[in-house]
Design a protein around this ligand. Structure first.
Ligand code: NDP
Length: 492
């Protein structure tokens, strides 16, 4: 066989292999039979996992296609756009804030009848159909189709000193934490659009911002790069530098150790804050070994469709797109995934008659409410949560016997606001056993200084008046419950 015909055989084999993974009528698809819906409860014709632009558009298209669509919002409702300020490349808007985009998309979806579930998916079982989804709060759902739109999370450097000073000078959210760096020197690590955005957010507060780029150029868009010019010396860029170590005094960050990959020299740069903007990794841990992913963890989709390797499971947005990663393209792929799911249901004889018959068996019943929020029932609001604004109030609060928890938040911090209902719900669950308080970091300035809060959300725990734990990140209900349980166990 000559070389040319060998290539031909390889090409045919490759196409056959792809067909095996993604083919419309693969072996596993035989198990999809509407008869199996009989007797099943907590059904979701379209279950969208994730509530960024991809998830919200997918659900909107699903609902407009006449199917009951549910959005399981996840632990960071709205996704990365919630931490963004001005967006200048969202279709039809000269400039719009990230959270405003999400608000509009969410209202549009709700208007179309999409229902929202305030929970996160922990695991999916695809061994039988309808697929079973297990949530962090212990619910079980049965999905006829699933659209994975779980987005991506900020990447970490992965060096030990980063872990040591996380929340004590190291962070990845300038929108949340910039106000803690008034008049100070900070560095931003990264050369993309996010690095520039973080630097601009910091410029309102910090005295001097240095962007640290590992190559000899930034990959940020020209329009973004030109935005920093107006800040003069306040924002500068250092090229060819890699952060080897974050330096601190044992408690807080005091600088970074840099390796210059052009001169091979090591230098130190003083800084009180280190802001990471080094890209994102797809949120696919919960779906590993369920659908096919590439070596970087992105879900593989089939050509110009949003089909994954499992029939009836689709993916859209940053979770599958390692190339474009724009809010606009995520919304587009979300729309495609919604259309794919609708077509899939139609192709498998999910008729309007069946859709009507299963209504009483839908998750949450046949209710038409736009929100199925199980983490913030009214009863949670009845739990006693103190408010701390002054040192006096702090002292009175922590002086009591037993475990006391304070949640520091800020008006400008979207993940703090998402955390508040979780905090309220856990406060209800532990009412009588643990004391709970919240502190607005913009109001409780003396308290913030006394307790060295450098990052919000920040949870600080006291036992019998002594500080026993500190956690500087948003937590899911499950994580916060485990955190409190562990502290209670240590008390006995
Ligand atoms: P990018 O992947 O675009 O950029 C990441 C940057 O971090 C790169 O410069 C990369 O360097 C650098 N980097 C990665 N790892 C390390 C490391 N270990 N040490 C030092 N540097 C590192 O991510 P972004 O978050 O900036 O952007 C993601 C997407 O979101 C993009 O598509 C962007 O366009 C979009 N976006 C749009 C915005 C807007 O329009 N308003 C705002 C923010 C983001 P290298 O170049 O050497 O690989």
């Amino acid at each position: 066989m000559n070389k040319k015909s060998l290539y031909g055989v390889f090409a045919l084999l490759a196409i056959a292999a792809l067909g095996g993974c993604f083919g419309a009528k693969s072996a596993t698809e035989g198990m999809i039979d509407m008869i199996k819906l009989e007797g099943k409860t907590d059904l979701m014709p379209i279950a969208v996992i994730g509530s960024g632009p991809a998830g919200l558009m997918a659900a909107t298209y699903g609902a407009r296609g006449g199917k009951d669509a549910f959005v399981i919002e996840g632990n960071k409702p709205g996704g990365l756009l919630m931490d963004t300020t001005e967006v200048e490349n969202w279709p039809g808007e000269i400039s719009i804030r990230g959270p405003e985009i999400i608000k509009k998309l969410r209202s549009q979806a709700a208007y179309q009848g999409v229902r929202f579930v305030a929970d996160a998916i922990e695991r999916i079982d695809v061994s039988d159909w309808p697929y079973t989804l297990y949530t962090e709060n212990g619910d079980v759902m049965h999905a006829l189709t699933v659209i994975i739109a779980t987005g991506a999370s900020p990447r970490r450097l992965g060096i030990p000193s980063e872990e040591q000073y996380w929340g004590a000078g190291v962070t990845s959210c300038a929108v949340c934490d910039a106000p803690f760096y008034k008049g100070q020197q900070v560095v931003v690590i990264g050369g993309g659009d996010s690095a520039i955005e973080e630097a601009i957010q910091l410029a309102v507060y910090a005295k001097k911002i240095t962007i640290l780029v590992r190559k000899d150029q930034m990959r940020a868009a020209d329009a973004m790069k030109s935005r920093i010019e107006q800040y003069g010396d306040k924002i500068s860029v250092k090229y060819n530098v890699e952060v080897r170590k974050i330096i601190g005094d044992g408690e807080f960050v005091t600088g970074v150790e840099l390796y210059n990959n052009k001169t091979n020299k090591i230098e130190q740069l003083a800084a009180n804050g280190v802001f990471l903007a080094i890209g994102h990794d797809p949120n696919t841990a919960f779906i590993q070994n369920v659908v096919q992913t590439d070596s970087a963890g992105y879900i593989s989709v089939n050509g110009r469709t949003q089909h994954t390797s499992v029939p009836g499971i689709f993916a859209a947005g940053d979770v599958e797109d390692s190339r474009y990663r724009q809010a606009g393209s995520s919304a587009g792929h979300g729309s495609d995934a919604g259309l794919d799911a609708v077509r899939f249901l139609d192709d498998h004889e999910f008729t309007p008659n069946i859709a009507t018959q299963i209504k009483p068996s839908l998750f949450g019943g046949a209710a038409t409410v736009a929100s199925l929020d199980r983490t913030t029932p009214e009863k949670a609001l009845s739990a006693t949560i103190n408010t701390i604004e002054s040192l006096d109030q702090l002292n009175r609060f922590i002086d009591r016997k037993g475990l006391a928890l304070i949640d520091f938040w800020a008006e400008t911090c979207p993940s703090c606001k998402q955390m508040l209902p979780v905090f309220e719900s856990v406060a209800h669950d532990f009412a009588g056993k643990v004391s709970f308080a919240t502190a607005d970091s913009d109001e409780a300035i003396d308290v913030v200084e006394k307790l060295f809060v450098h990052k919000v959300p920040c949870l600080i725990a006291f036992r019998d008046g002594a500080l026993v734990a500190r956690y500087s990140n948003a937590m899911s209900k499950k994580e916060l419950t485990t955190f409190v349980q562990k502290l209670l166990q240590e008390s006995v």
